[in-house]
Design a protein around this ligand. Structure first.
Ligand code: F0G
Length: 470
């Protein structure tokens, strides 16, 4: 059972304020540009925030991927890089950290998350296979499709409703999954693809109760269960706060318990794990290890570095340990909730409950006069940049891409702009500036028209597509 009302940080810590569990040792100057400069920059970028130069950005909330600040311990670890081609001692430190904190038997290092997605997809998916999952992620689904599979969304319906207050909107709908298994047959399903938290749903968590039930269902049908562990530490914080019986458990213990119900995981270490580059694939089954530790030498690098330098693996091993500390996670998600509370108080339409890594603005509601075919979320991201140099990301029809069979746009129910908070990088004052900018753009909403796409790349179009005002 779950408590329906998530606690705010204020409720959790009483009347006393909380603060980040670190102090700042080094700073990187940033500056606000002028409105004419921003107009020129966004036009040159084809109204796509991915194509802006970082120099032209004031507060960068494009992504929480690879944008974390490393600790002094991680930087010290960088000096301990063993840059041997084979058998670097940093690899063994990384292997031990993954085993200790996530519990899996084997480790295959990769340069980042999609490298791991590529390997697991190529190893397990055959043409005609179906991969059920709790909402798609762009790179995950594409690798599944490139291997010949078809992704089927089996997340609970609440996930597609921006205002539904379900505390675990990332959960898999067991009926949808069971129906699908009966329809296509268990032998056509190489594995269930479970993400904790669910990025495209707004950073929404999966409950421990749900992963246990999914495991039991998979066991009944002899299907494997693999986890996208990219933001699993954040998922664990929500279990600690919202699921009965977990309030006095440590984040690290919750992560390990959750992973124990899965057969392995892939990881974009650029998120939870607090490094600027890196990833891994870990598993318990020997056959998958054998297949992927062979594939890795074709696509990533030797099986003891997988595209990472020795120093990067050392920083990652240390980052894993730091990322699972309770005080880190309290301030990490506390900052996201702080921004969410400001925007909610001002009546700005956002996805509720607020998730782990970002605030998602509801562009469909904000620009209700702009049809989805004129890219409301893409438009909103461009307007926010124009107003104040804040960079955000479209997560709507552009990100959803085209249907692999019909070639039409996929029109997702959620048309969102993501304000993604990097870890240990910005202060509460930055969050105040962001909230005020969003408010200013919201107040001007009626005067804004949509965009048309003038260039569309074949794969993952949101990264490189170009737009112009309609
Ligand atoms: N899985 C999830 C849930 C992700 O959010 C990402 C990346 C990946 C896999 C792929 O990992 O980037 O290291 O290759 N998400 C980034 C983002 C790009 O901005 O949300 P990667």
């Amino acid at each position: 059972m779950t408590n329906m009302k998530p606690m705010t940080m204020g409720q959790q810590f009483g009347r006393r304020s909380w603060a980040e569990p670190w102090k700042i040792k080094m700073v990187e100057p940033i500056k606000m540009s002028s409105r004419p400069d921003r107009e020129r920059a966004i036009q040159e970028a084809g109204y796509n925030t991915f194509l802006l130069r970082s120099e032209d950005v004031y507060i960068d909330l494009l992504t929480d991927s690879g944008t974390s600040a490393m600790s002094d311990r991680q930087w010290a670890g960088m000096m301990l890089g063993d840059e041997a081609y084979a058998g670097s001692k940093n690899f063994y430190n990384l292997e031990s950290a993954v085993k200790k904190y996530y519990g899996y038997k084997h480790l295959v290092p990769t340069h980042q998350g999609r490298g791991a997605e590529h390997l697991i997809s190529q190893a397990l998916i055959k043409p005609g296979h179906v991969i059920p999952g709790n909402m798609y992620f762009t790179t995950t689904r594409l690798h599944q499709e490139l291997a010949g599979g078809k992704f089927v969304d089996v997340i609970i319906d609440a996930a597609h409703d921006p205002l539904n207050m379900h505390p675990f909107k990332g959960n898999i709908d067991l009926d949808k999954l069971e129906t699908l298994i009966k329809q296509v047959g268990a032998d056509k399903i190489p594995y269930v693809s479970l993400a904790g938290t669910v990025n495209m749903a707004g950073g929404q968590p999966v409950s421990m109760e749900n992963v246990k039930a999914v495991r039991a269902l998979c066991d009944r049908h002899g299907i494997r269960l693999y986890l996208d562990a990219t933001r699993m530490a954040e998922n664990a914080w929500f279990i600690q706060q919202r699921e009965e019986g977990y309030l006095d458990k440590k984040i690290a213990d919750i992560v390990k318990e959750f992973c124990s119900f899965t057969d392995g995981a892939w990881m974009s270490a650029k998120k939870d794990n607090l490094v600027n580059i890196g990833g891994w694939l870990a598993m318990n089954h020997d056959d998958l290890f054998e297949a992927t530790s062979n594939l890795v030498v074709i696509y990533e690098g030797l099986h003891t570095y997988g595209g990472m330098a020795g120093r990067d693996m050392e920083a990652l091993a240390i980052g894993i340990e730091e990322s699972l500390q309770d005080d880190h996670m309290n301030s990490r998600i506390g900052q996201v909730l702080y921004l969410g509370e400001l925007l909610t108080d001002w009546g700005i339409p956002i996805v509720h409950p607020v998730g782990g890594h970002a605030i998602f603005l509801d562009a469909k509601v904000i620009y209700e006069h702009i049809p989805q075919s004129a890219f409301p979320a893409q438009t909103l991201a461009a307007q926010l940049y124009l107003d104040s140099g804040i960079r955000s990301m479209e997560r709507g029809v552009v990100s959803a891409g085209r249907d692999a069979v019909t070639g039409d746009h996929r029109y997702p129910k959620l048309e969102l702009v993501r304000l993604t908070i990097p870890r240990r990088v910005y202060t509460q004052a930055h969050m105040d500036v962001v909230a005020e900018a969003v408010k200013a753009v919201y107040d001007e909403r009626k005067n804004v028209k949509g965009l048309k796409m003038v260039f569309e790349p074949k794969y993952l179009r949101f990264f490189q597509a170009r737009f112009a005002p309609v």
